[in-house]
Design a protein around this ligand. Structure first.
Ligand code: BES
Ligand code: MN
Ligand code: MN
Length: 456
C-alpha cells in the first residue's frame, strides 16, 4: 500500500469532520438573510485550504456572493487543472420534513445527512481531502491546481460569467474538472459529457383589481386562475410535446451510434422510477426514459399559486394567479431565443379578459463535449482504480450553467466526475451523501491528479 493510500484510509474520520464543519454553515445563496453566512462559508473554506497547504487561497469579490480562489502551482511544466465547484446550497425548506436539522450534519447508516452533503460541499471536500493527502504524503501535488469554488450556483451563477471573463488570464489551465454530478448506481461510477440547459420563467395573470365574491361576480369576469390553467394546459400536446412554435427546431436528434450507446448504459429504469415514488414512467412519446432525461427538452411547472389554499373553503374569485415554469434545454437550443418564442406563445394563448406578464427569471445554455476526448481517459483510469468497475460515459438532465460559459471563456476539455446517487434527495428535505461515495470519490480525485500527470 502506498503512503497516499494509507493516508486516505487513516484520515477518513478527519475528512468527514472537515466536511461537517462546512455543512454547519447555512450558505443559502437565494435567501438575503443568509448573505453573511455565505461569506462566512467562503472564509471558512479559505482558512481550510491554507491549512492543507494551498499556496494561495482567498475570498474574491463579485457583483454577488464571493468566489473562493486558490492555487498550488508547484509543478512547472506539468498540466494545470482548473477545479470548479460550489459552496452555496439550496434553501432547506420545508424544514418540518427533515428527520435531523439541515445544518446539523448527522451520520445514519453510512450516510451523512445535511443540506449540501452531496450538492456540492461533499463533492468539493472530496477534492480538498485528496489535495491534503498528496501534500501531506509527498509534499507536492502531481499537477498544478487552480480552484474556483463559487457561491451562486444554486441561484443561476449570475456573477460568475463576469468573474471568469475579468480573470481569464489568471484562470488559464489545460483542463477543467468538476465534481457536481452523479454516478449511475452505488457501484457504477460515471463520467458526464453533456448537461441540459435551463430557461426559468414566471407567468403572472391578473384579472379583477381585487379578490371578488365568487357568487356576486362569478360568471361576469374571467378568473385568472382558470385562465392560467388553460394557458399551462396548452403548453403541451397529448403526446407530451411542447407547443411553443419553433421549440424543437434546434434540437439535435441522437445519432445511431448514440442510440446504441444509450441502450448499452446499465440504467436501472425500474429502480429509478420506483425511487421517484411516481406510479409509472411518463413522458414525450417515441423516446425512451433515458433519452427523455438526457437529450430531450422538457417543460415543467415548478409551482403555482392563486386564491385561497388554506383549510376548508372560501368562495373567492382571485385577482391574481402565477406559475413558475422551467424548461430544460438540449443542444443546440438557445435560451434567449426560446424565451422570446415562449413569451409570444403564452401571449397568444392568453384570453383578452385577463392581463398576462411573462418574466425570464434566469437561464443557462446546454453543454456537451465529445465523449472521446483523450483527456477523459485519465479520469477513466482514475475511476477504474478507485472502484471495481470502469466508469460509464453518460449525459445528465441537470444543469450547471457555468459549463457553457467555460466553453466560451476557456474552451478546454472538461472532466465531470461526480458521485451523487439518485436517492440523495438533493434540493429536497433529508439530503444525504453516501460515505462510500465520499470516500470512493476522494480516492478517485487523488488518483485523477496522478493520472493527469501520466498524460493521455
Ligand atoms: N449539481 C446540480 C446540477 C446537476 C444535478 C447535475 C443533477 C447533474 C445531475 C446543480 O447544483 C444544480 O442544482 N443546478 C441547477 C441549476 C439552476 C439553479 C440554474 C439545476 O439543475 O436545477
Ligand atoms: Mn450542484
Ligand atoms: Mn444544486
Amino acid at each position: 500500500m502506498t503512503a497516499l493510500d494509507r493516508y486516505l484510509d487513516e484520515h477518513r474520520g478527519a475528512f468527514l469532520e472537515n466536511l461537517k464543519a462546512a455543512l454547519r454553515i447555512p450558505s443559502v445563496s437565494a435567501q438575503p438573510e443568509h448573505k453573511a453566512d455565505v461569506r462566512r462559508c467562503a472564509e471558512h473554506i479559505v482558512t481550510h485550504l491554507k491549512k492543507i497547504g494551498m499556496t494561495r487561497a482567498e475570498v474574491m469579490e463579485t457583483a454577488g456572493h464571493p468566489v473562493v480562489y486558490a492555487e498550488w502551482l508547484g509543478a512547472p511544466g506539468k498540466p494545470t487543472a482548473l477545479l470548479y465547484g460550489h459552496y452555496d446550497v439550496q434553501p432547506p425548506d420545508p424544514l418540518e420534513l427533515w428527520k435531523t436539522p439541515p445544518f446539523e450534519p448527522t451520520e445514519r447508516d453510512d450516510k451523512l445527512y445535511a443540506r449540501g452533503a452531496c450538492d456540492d460541499k461533499g463533492q468539493v471536500y472530496m477534492h480538498f481531502s485528496a489535495i491534503e493527502a498528496h501534500l501531506a504524503t509527498n509534499g507536492k501535488l502531481p499537477i498544478n491546481l487552480k480552484l474556483v469554488i463559487e457561491g451562486e450556483e444554486e441561484h443561476g451563477s449570475e456573477s460568475l460569467e463576469d468573474f471568469l471573463r475579468s480573470h481569464r488570464k489568471e484562470l488559464d489551465a489545460d483542463l477543467i474538472v468538476v465534481s457536481d454530478t452523479s454516478m449511475l448506481s452505488p457501484d457504477q461510477p460515471a463520467l458526464t459529457y453533456a448537461l441540459r440547459g435551463i430557461l426559468y420563467t414566471q407567468i403572472e395573470v391578473t384579472g379583477p383589481a381585487r379578490d371578488l365574491h365568487s357568487g356576486e361576480f362569478g360568471g361576469s369576469v374571467m378568473n385568472p386562475a382558470n385562465a392560467l390553467a388553460g394557458i399551462i394546459a396548452a403548453l403541451k400536446d397529448a403526446d407530451g410535446r411542447i407547443t411553443v412554435p419553433g421549440f424543437y427546431d434546434r434540437v439535435k436528434e441522437l445519432t445511431p451510434a448514440e442510440c446504441e450507446a444509450y441502450a448499452a448504459v446499465p440504467f436501472d429504469e425500474r429502480g429509478f422510477i420506483a425511487e421517484s415514488g411516481a406510479p409509472m414512467a411518463w413522458g414525450e412519446k417515441g423516446h425512451s426514459t433515458l433519452e427523455r432525461l438526457w437529450s430531450r427538452p422538457t417543460l415543467d411547472v415548478n409551482g403555482m399559486w392563486s386564491g385561497y389554499t388554506g383549510e376548508g373553503s372560501k368562495t373567492v374569485l382571485p385577482s391574481f394567479a402565477a406559475a413558475k415554469v422551467s424548461m430544460r434545454l438540449v443542444p443546440d437550443q438557445d435560451p434567449k431565443q426560446l424565451f422570446t418564442a415562449f413569451e409570444a406563445h403564452v401571449r397568444s394563448l392568453a384570453p383578452a379578459a385577463v392581463k398576462v406578464v411573462v418574466k425570464d427569471l434566469h437561464h443557462g445554455s446546454p453543454w456537451i463535449t465529445s465523449p472521446d476526448h483523450p483527456m477523459l481517459q485519465a479520469a477513466v483510469r482514475a475511476l477504474a482504480r478507485a472502484w471495481t468497475k470502469k466508469p460509464a460515459l453518460i449525459r445528465e438532465g441537470g444543469s450547471i450553467p457555468v459549463m457553457a460559459t467555460f466553453q466560451q471563456t476557456h474552451n478546454l476539455p472538461c472532466i465531470l466526475m461526480g458521485f451523487g446517487l439518485h436517492d440523495d434527495q438533493v434540493h429536497a428535505p433529508n439530503e444525504k451523501f453516501s460515505l462510500t461515495s465520499f470516500h470512493g470519490g476522494t480516492r478517485s480525485c487523488a488518483y485523477l491528479y496522478e493520472e493527469l500527470l501520466k498524460g493521455v
